[in-house]
Design a protein around this ligand. Sequence first.
Ligand code: GTP
Length: 554
Amino acid sequence: MVESERSKLEQKLELLKQSYQHNLQEELTSLCHVLKKAQRREESPEADVVSSAVSVDDKAHDETSLDAIYRRIHKVSGSAGTFGFEHVSQLARALEVTLLNALKEGKSSLDASLVTLLQSQLTLMQRSLVPEAQPLPQCTIEQSDIRSVAKIWLIEEDALLGKRILEQLANFSYEVTLFSSVPAIANTDSEPPDVLIVDAAAGSAYLSPLQSLSCPLFFISEQDDFDARMRAAQLNAYGYFLKPLNIPQLVNRLEQLLQERHAPPARILIVDDDYQLAAYYQLVLEAAGMEVQVLDKPRYVIEQLTTYRPELLLMDVHMPDYNGPDIAAMIRQYDAWSSLPIVFLSAELDLNKQVDALSHGADEFLTKPISAAQLVASVRARVSRSRTLSALLNKDCLTGLLKHASIKSAAIDELHRAARQHYPVTVAMIDIDHFKAVNDTHGHAAGDVVIASLATLLRQRLRQTDMIGRYGGEEFLVVLPHCTSEDGRKRLENIREYFSRLRFNQGAQEFGCTLSAGMVCSIDMTEGEQDRLLVRADEALYRAKRGGRNQVCQ
Ligand SMILES: Nc1nc2c(ncn2[C@@H]2O[C@H](COP(=O)(O)OP(=O)(O)OP(=O)(O)O)[C@@H](O)[C@H]2O)c(=O)[nH]1
């Protein structure tokens, strides 16, 4: 995040805090007035004859009732700490516990001792109205549209093996520098790499200084025992690969790592009727690089989920018309949202109610007040785990791309969205030419390397917003939103050209491959024909094959 954007967010946060401080001041003053009223009633109940004549409904709304005071103190205890008024929050929390116990004992109105306690604590709260500094957490996720080439340092004493790994990784468009030993790194003055791959034979005594490079570490090793793997874990190794090396497997892991770093921002939906708190959470999460929308009317949650498609829902438990657990239970009725992470954010102290909320389909219960750092860490961890799980379910293990069913449904969803919002989408089917011959001549493992390299190339040459899937064995489907046929053709030609230049090694043999692609753009189709987009792309691919292969047809 650029510095100017960050300082804008910090200014907004400051304004929000000032506005909250003003409201809190008013709330505490208003509570003091209510207490005076309650005290007068307590001292001369005969003056309160009117109250005996009021209806049950009016009593329920009596602002001096124990329940009404409890709710207001509960709200202060949940929100004050969030805005940095730690001391006020602690005082309110202690009061809340006392009032809750009184309610549990069956009391419904304030007695003299409770009034005195409340008055003294409210005075203390008014005096403590000084916010503590709360820096916004740093944004740790870099975002860019197209990923740059990743730099890798490989430390391998065996020069022949090092050269072989380097050549194979170069096929996947990584920029690899080979070092013969750990000390050799000391002689380089270039920037640290994105990833460091080390042969564990280099000796663990040498390895500790590598951690100062603060880049992810991958080990390659001949040893598969507990001690060897533990040493790697203690050095925070991100991956451990056994020799002989399975390059596609290593590349898969590298890609996973690089994708995490360049992952699109997490999309969060906040459902909370308290606009100040919701605005605060929004600012904190945005400052951490996330995309956030706020919904203050829980009634429209399904519509909002459908249009915004968040990756996590952050929801208040107590809202005026509906409560959070009921909304969570309703969301779980929809297949599409059955695995959406739902996190409750509430000042609820009662453990039974927290457990009840979780049993209604929520994944986590965070108690207010929560610090900005805690909120960001918790949301980030949930989104990351959910992305990993969904990758396992929906992604192909050789290429890390979407599987057939997932890319097909992503394509159909995107086409419908594009038709509603009137923007062009280009769809392309890509197939490796004469792939059977690659397998027959160089073996299945070499064929796998070719498939994985095309996947990597597609990821590297397309935008983060494009969708890529492995449609069949050596066939890929790509969906390019906001892309005209002219633009789509340029991108596919670039990929075709680049792929034809890749060299693969199998033993002493070197070989290359080509691809054919069939593409179609949604705006070139007639109104009712859009459902046939995939069929038309497939027909275009067939023409490319018939026309001699190594070409893009539309
Ligand atoms: N190595 C490897 N081969 C695969 C995989 N999935 C499918 N294949 C092979 O891909 C080959 C596809 O061959 P065909 O569909 O006959 O077409 P082709 O040889 O690519 O020829 P054209 O498409 O006409 O250019 C078959 O031999 C499959 O066994 C895989 O995951 N790995």
